[in-house]
Design a protein. Structure first.
Length: 69
């Protein structure tokens, strides 16, 4: 799994970007994936382990999230 830290949260809190620990390009994060992991909101500074998937627009996004304590 890839790991990283939430660096940006959108104004409505429904999306954000994770900065990857491996220094590769940032990854899109959607609130539905966060909720599927059992959390209610995207929090700046939160650490996640995740799997990468290609979105419909070609961007990489995070899925199968697990909180890193």
């Amino acid at each position: 799994m890839t790991t990283g830290t939430v660096k940006y949260v959108g104004p409505d809190g429904g999306w954000g970007f994770i900065s990857r620990d491996d220094k590769q390009p940032k990854v899109f994060l959607h609130i539905s994936e966060v909720q599927a992991a059992g959390c209610d909101e995207i929090v700046k500074g939160q650490r996640w382990a995740f799997t990468l998937k290609a979105g419909q627009d070609g961007r990489m996004s995070a899925t199968d999230l697990e909180v890193i304590a």
